[in-house]
Write a protein that binds this ligand. Structure first.
Ligand SMILES: Cc1cc2nc3c(=O)[nH]c(=O)nc-3n(C[C@H](O)[C@H](O)[C@H](O)COP(=O)(O)OP(=O)(O)OC[C@H]3O[C@@H](n4cnc5c(N)ncnc54)[C@H](O)[C@@H]3O)c2cc1C
Ligand code: SF4
Ligand code: SF4
Length: 565
């Protein structure tokens, strides 16, 4: 009898971090359970939203085919993630009416399960602490930063709802476990998430699912919505879905579309062929279910899409999931980044977003960070944060030194030296971290042309000697020649937060078709936020994507139940 992790694993690290006996490790490609260490406590299975932990002796039962099933409800929520679960609970609690949530994954939660930062603002806690209401200030600032292009009423509802949704959470969830009133990293007092590693998304998902059961909301997992039905007057009349056994027809007067990021959608693969050609990599933002179904469903139902709002949120050029030491060493910019042709392609000190945008146009969007022993020997090892360390910026970059490296177990010192990296490369079979005594040997392992690669390094060393990067303009302090073997390479991939936007909504999250609301149809979350979160890492966003989703679900439900925000 042994547990194993199947191919649905997206490398989120949750199981590894929660396993009480550290039986789970990462081998550079997949997470694995060591049967000799595992005590079968079930925690990994419980925390895994992909349901990727299986028992080799208890295979999953085959689906039982059924005739088309007919159901009725007052609200059908398509997508059981951040926005959908909030909306379902809010609506069911206020009306007592029948709500059905369709979720195509084996478990509900969506990308929302992983999100760290809900940044509420103007909550009861803040009011009790005597902090001023900042709704109007936030609206003004958002409008200014975006050149007045946004719907001002939507912004006002949004900022008001952020406080409202938190106050509402306080009525049924033990919010003190996750949130605190404390200075944020910029020194401003407000409601913040306590832990950087286990953020508000996991907290809300974990508590809202039992609450939904209590409210009688049906969450149908492994049930994928495929069609929105509209009556002759254009109003919503139902949703057609499919579960592993067959079709499910739902008659309903209201529908909320919240199917999440478009990162895996065919639409993006067609619009951006370079993205389609990029080498896929396992990482949690790239959840297989995030295929932009909300847009497909809306389009097929005759609703015009807001294509111009679609944005790809590039984050960086990063190693496989959570190789924190490797990541930070590469980020320092000391070494060089080469593509699969063995050529340098970027100023290594360019910020992550610009680098990702440039990486998109490199062969297969794959790059290696190349370092020599002298650089590695001078690298600071990355340590896990001490217990109780303060959370990073809400909605900011998700893992600032916070996640243990896969190469070592929790609490141990991280590798940061030549010998540790060599051992790491050997352990990983020279797949994601590679080591070679000579440049030629490293090139062979990287699968790039040794002559081209050597020429690149010779050219770079000459630029270092001259003290000026005439090729890409990297600042002089980071020009360190690659001379001392063994040499190392860390494989990097294109990293996106998600792909957002596509549906136009008004201030009540009603879907607009040609500028007019479609009766009974709402949308929230990633498929609506392209214009609002498009530059998160540069901080010109008006709100982070998770807060947008949570507030949007709440706003949609509030409008359905006739409440002002
Ligand atoms: C790993 C990760 C980390 C993140 N970290 C942060 C962060 O720190 N801060 C932040 O602001 N944001 C973060 N985000 C983004 C944030 O989680 C999303 O913006 C938010 O979850 C969007 O909410 P949503 O309801 O639109 O989509 P989701 O929460 O992704 O939910 C969409 C759900 O719809 C389901 N679905 C899709 N198609 C169908 C269909 N046809 N039928 C039925 N169900 C369907 C999906 O399976 C999914 O469960 C993170 C996302 C990920 C993946
Ligand atoms: S998806 Fe996450 S929790 Fe599930 S097996 Fe993979 S790393 Fe573990
Ligand atoms: S069942 Fe428990 S002990 Fe075994 S791998 Fe999972 S979390 Fe670790």
């Amino acid at each position: 009898m042994s547990l194993y992790i199947n191919d649905s694993c997206i490398g989120c690290t949750f199981c590894q971090n929660e396993c009480p006996v550290m039986a789970i490790s990462y081998d550079g490609d997949k997470y694995r359970i060591d049967p000799e260490i595992c005590i079968r406590c079930g925690t990994c299975s419980e925390v895994c939203i992909m349901d990727a932990v299986e028992d080799s002796e208890c295979p999953r039962p085959a689906p039982v085919p059924h005739e088309p099933e007919k159901r009725e409800c007052d609200l059908c929520v398509v997508g059981g993630g951040a926005a959908g679960l909030i909306a379902a609970a809010r609506y069911a609690e206020a009306t007592g009416q029948k709500v059905v949530v369709l979720e195509k994954n084996r478990k509900a939660g969506g990308g929302g399960y992983f999100a760290v930062g809900l940044t509420p603002g103007n909550t009861r806690w803040e009011k009790e602490a005597g902090l001023p209401d900042t709704v109007e200030e936030n609206v003004r600032s958002a409008m200014e930063r975006t050149g007045g292009k946004l719907n001002e009423n939507l912004m006002r509802n949004l900022y008001t709802s952020l406080g409202g949704v938190f106050d509402w959470l306080c009525t049924w969830a033990p919010v003190e476990e996750c949130f605190q009133l404390a200075p944020n990293p910029w020194g401003k007092l407000g409601v913040t998430t306590k832990s950087e590693r286990y953020g508000s998304g996991k907290f809300i998902t974990t508590h809202i699912l039992p609450y939904l059961r209590k409210l009688g909301v049906e969450v149908l997992t492994e049930t994928e919505a495929v069609e929105l039905r509209r009556s002759p007057d254009g109003a919503v009349s139902g949703v057609l879905a499919r579960d592993p056994g067959g079709l499910v027809e739902i008659a309903c007067p209201r529908c909320l579309l919240c199917t999440g990021s478009l990162i895996r959608s065919e639409r993006i693969r067609v619009l951006v062929p370079e993205f389609a050609a990029a080498k896929p990599k396992r990482y949690a933002h790239d959840m297989p279910g995030l295929t932009g179904d909300g847009l497909t469903i809306a389009e097929r139902a005759g609703i015009a899409l807001d294509e111009d709002s679609i944005v790809m949120a590039f984050v960086g050029c990063m190693p496989v999931a959570f190789q924190q030491t490797a990541f930070q060493t590469g980020e320092r910019g000391d070494g060089i980044r080469v593509n699969l042709e063995g050529k340098r392609w970027v100023n290594e000190k360019t910020d992550g977003k610009a680098m990702a945008e440039a990486l998109l146009y490199q062969p297969q969007a794959v790059s290696y960070t190349v370092l020599d022993s002298a650089i590695l020997e001078s690298a600071e090892p990355v340590l896990p944060p001490p217990p109780g360390a303060p959370a990073g910026p809400p909605g900011g970059f998700p893992y600032p030194g916070g996640v243990p490296d896969f190469a070592v177990q929790r609490g141990e010192k991280m590798p940061g030296t030549r010998d540790a990296f060599r051992a790491l490369a050997e352990r990983l079979g020279h797949q994601t971290v590679l080591c070679g005594d000579t440049l030629e040997e490293l090139a062979e392992k990287m699968g790039v042309d040794p002559a081209a690669f050597t020429q690149t390094v010779v050219r770079y060393n000459a630029l270092c000697e001259a003290g000026e990067d005439r090729d890409f303009g990297k600042p002089a302090p980071f020009l360190r020649p690659l001379k001392e073997g063994p040499f190392f390479a860390i494989r990097n991939y294109l990293y996106l937060d998600g792909v957002f936007g596509g549906l136009d909504v008004n201030e009540n999250m009603q879907v607009l078709n040609g500028g007019l609301p479609v009766p009974g149809l709402y949308a929230a979350g990633d498929i609506t936020c392209g214009r609002y979160v498009n530059d998160r890492l540069h901080k010109t966003e008006v709100i982070n994507d998770y807060s947008w989703a949570v507030a949007g679900g709440f706003m949609a439900a509030n409008h359905m139940i006739g409440k002002t925000q």
